[in-house]
Design a protein around this ligand. Sequence first.
Ligand SMILES: [Zn+2]
Length: 588
Amino acid sequence: MIKHTFSTLPIFICIALVAASCDPQPATPEATASLPREIPEPATLVLRGGKVATADEAIGEVEAVAVRGHEIVAAGSNRDIASLIGPVTQVIELEGRFVMPGFIEGHGHYLYLGKTQQILDLGSAQSWDEIVHQVSEAAAGAKPGDWIQGFGWHQEKWIRVPEGVIDGVPRNDRLNQVAPDNPVLLTHASGHAMMANDAALASAGIGDLTDDMPGGTIVRTSGGKATGLLRETAQNGVKAALAQWESQRRAELQEIAMRERAELAAREALRHGVTSFHDAGASFDDIDFLKKLESEGQLPVRLYVMVRYESIESLAARLPDYRMLSEENDFLTVRSIKKQVDGALGSHGAWLLEPYFDLSDTAGLVLDPIEEIERTAELALRYGFQVNTHAIGDRANREILDLYQRAFVSHDMDGAELRWRMEHAQHLDPADVPRFAELGVLASMQGVHAISDGPWLPSRLGDKRTTETSYVWRNLMDSGARINNGTDVPVESIDPIASFHASVSRMMNNGKRLTPGQAMSRQEALESYTINNAYAAFEEEIKGTLTPGKLADMVVLSQNIMTVPEEKIPETQVEMTIVGGEIKYRGE
Ligand SMILES: [Zn+2]
């Protein structure tokens, strides 16, 4: 337990400077009475008696930190901070606990995180039977025509697979049996595929004879029957049919569901020590909704939102109205655009330079055409937006590096100033690694993906490509590139401690380490989750370290993740999450 006390210590007459000890001269009452006294305004919040990793090299590790309003005003020894404690200062006795800058989730899906808490959670299912059971229970409580949605299934997590699977995935027959009158849409944990029952396929007009669409696959049996599995863009029709059904529900019901979604997302973030969140994609409508929440004070986590799901025409017309730079203690920033060039490796959607090891007739999929990304990049330059492109395969990464380079050269711009990002950057040809630092392109990666994907990477890429091209953090950092960290929640849990641990250990759940030479040091992992993510959002002046003058966004952890034995890192508990000087979450 952390003790909370309201101190009644007297205010000393000196201003505490960073790490400078406050040493007031004893003065007689007569002497002080004749001098104008400079009394520092007391702090509103002080955390003391702990190990505070400021992540600011000039300050280092200290015992205490003081906050006034939403800003850090001092970091230093308990003595340094003492003068800032006034009658109404809330003092938290850390009793040796660890404090660090709040985690910044570098790439996640905020409203979708909330939504996954509202629908069937399929992430812990260990078999297809369990999933069918969950759907049948939901169908029993649903009205005919109501959609049943689930998220997070992954065939690699199942302890057994039913007969008749195609590419390891069952057909939808049993979903048709248990929910004949309800469209069922079960999204894969990667987000790159879904299983739909026949009612859902019919609502999207998909039949056995429907052609595949560019960038997508309707998986079929050898006899030509659609199995219900839809890959990449083939999901769009069913998603649109669901959106149509949702839009028919009364507006206020939708508003309630959306607000609940935002609340659930915030709760998940705060309980995991996340104080800022880079949202990898929201439409202008979603941004309007988030803006409303911010104005009502209902956004407890700071969002850095990338514009997504808009046509070129819509971007051209509306981007200027949506540029919202970060201001004093605000919670919503919009100055970037998200694009997506390829799919995921697991579903053979990542765009590779050479064909897949286990599927030699394909080298992956192109989702947003290169020309479209190029035109988007032009708009971004015109209106002062950053471009963040999802690229997983080595071909996808090369194409986007080429595209960014063309844009920088043709506009005579310095890439380092623009800070354009590669989202995921998972598989890189060795020749492309140094180009990140050379061009000033940021590698926005997810530590935890490396250990989830690690066990099956060789099945897709073979051993050589797995070792040489996959999650090459060390090669990137040695070449001078900056790496961001995150989880791509809800693809993975938002837990930054798990991703931090994956980043320093590369320990997979099979007990082996994925090319351990590519691991980050703890300092590098800490920076990837704090200052580097702040930099990737143009916010390094206000976030990412516990430097006086920056926002008081910090997290109290049960133990020091920089020094505990590596295997103990995952046991770390978040005890307190502070955003803008306010305690937004307290652990048990
Ligand atoms: Zn994502």
